[in-house]
Design a binder for this molecule. Sequence first.
Ligand SMILES: [Zn+2]
Length: 216
Amino acid sequence: MRLIFLGPPGAGKGTQARELAREWRVPQIATGDMLREAVAAGTPLGREAKRIMDTGALVSDDVIVGLIAERLRQPDAAGGFILDGFPRTIGQAEALGRLLKDLAQKLDAVLYFKVGEPELLRRLTGRRICRQCQAAYHMVSAPPKREGVCDNCGGPLYQREDDSEATVRNRLAVYERQTAPLLDYYRERGLLTPIDGEGSIEAIRTAIRRAATEAR
Ligand SMILES: [Zn+2]
């Protein structure tokens, strides 16, 4: 099973990737986690990434692709993988295509998690933090017993600037601008499968299993 999970922040692909990777016994490969691990382990690429991030710049496609290349060559990825959060750009998608060709491997499918903006906003703006003890709540999935009040300490809850509607809307717009060409790229290659990302976690998982089986 060689899959890419694509979708906006809040689409739930990380959760699904983690569970299905366990079920299928393949690694979930998330570039964000890999960057943090490489930096922590002090590998040559990790040191290079840290040097770039310390200047406040974004890590280049070359570094990300280098990390993915190292990861896909490890034995546990020989039988399959779920790429979660990669590729982000056409350049990365093309590099991945070359890499898989070198490894004599082929993508089975690119699953695109479709979630409407109202639902994404509901998920992404629902977080509230306690001013006193920093406990985290979610208005939809983990609300406090009394609105606006921390269960632990009775402190007032607030919304971080990162979780405000304006910031979230902007993040979603950036994602869409960045990813739209990628959707076309994989659609033209007959690999794109949309998944309805608004149902229950179990219903979404069933849809992914079905799409993955059909793609093989
Ligand atoms: Zn508290």
